[in-house]
Design a binder for this molecule. Structure first.
Ligand code: ADP
Length: 163
């Protein structure tokens, strides 16, 4: 059983994340989307909400499981008996951080391998942060996020220019 873990903040889950999840689900027997429980104070959604939204978006993928983890990723990987970390790469700017992270994880757990999947060109500019930013200024975000995420964002805070 080849099980991979796709870790991230997913605050919120975007169409770019969904694309990596769908492609990863085709490559591995099982893919765990792992939502990081971090202490980021300015997170828009709770970990439970983030998990729910990712689950909803990936409901058509039977071999995808959504979980959360706290602390070191490599400990979670060991608990879940997975050796593959899946990450997405957008621009060159992602590379340095991802490179460092992959090296660190390899130091901590030499049995793990990080797989990088290059973003589909149509999502190359998309990040959770940019979606939140556009939304906060009243911009249309339907085309950037799955329908469930869009619904929840609208319920959350009315865009600034409408309030
Ligand atoms: P973000 O960078 O969107 O705030 P995350 O920390 O949740 O988000 O990202 C988790 C992983 O998904 C990272 O490896 C990141 O590079 C990748 N990723 C995020 N957005 C995209 C995208 N549009 N295309 C490909 N990979 C992406």
């Amino acid at each position: 059983m080849n099980r991979a873990v796709y870790p991230g903040s997913f605050d919120p889950f975007t169409n770019g994340h969904l694309d990596i999840t769908e492609r990863g689900a085709r490559l591995f027997d099982e893919l765990i989307v792992a939502v990081l429980v971090n202490s980021e104070k300015n997170a828009m959604f709770s970990v439970d909400e983030r998990k729910m939204m990712a689950r909803e978006a990936a409901v058509h993928l039977p071999n995808v499981k959504v979980m959360s983890f706290d602390g070191l990723l490599v400990n979670f990987m060991r608990r879940e008996k997975s050796r593959v970390i899946l990450r997405g790469l957008r621009a060159l700017s992602d590379f340095e951080y991802e490179f460092q992270l992959a090296q660190m994880n390899r130091q901590l757990a030499p049995e793990t391998e990080t797989f990088f999947m290059v973003t589909d060109a149509k999502y190359s500019y998309l990040s959770s942060r940019s979606v939140k930013e556009v939304f906060s200024f009243g911009g249309a975000i339907q085309e950037f996020v799955p329908p469930g995420v869009f619904r929840r964002m609208r319920e959350r805070v009315p865009p600034r220019d409408l309030s």
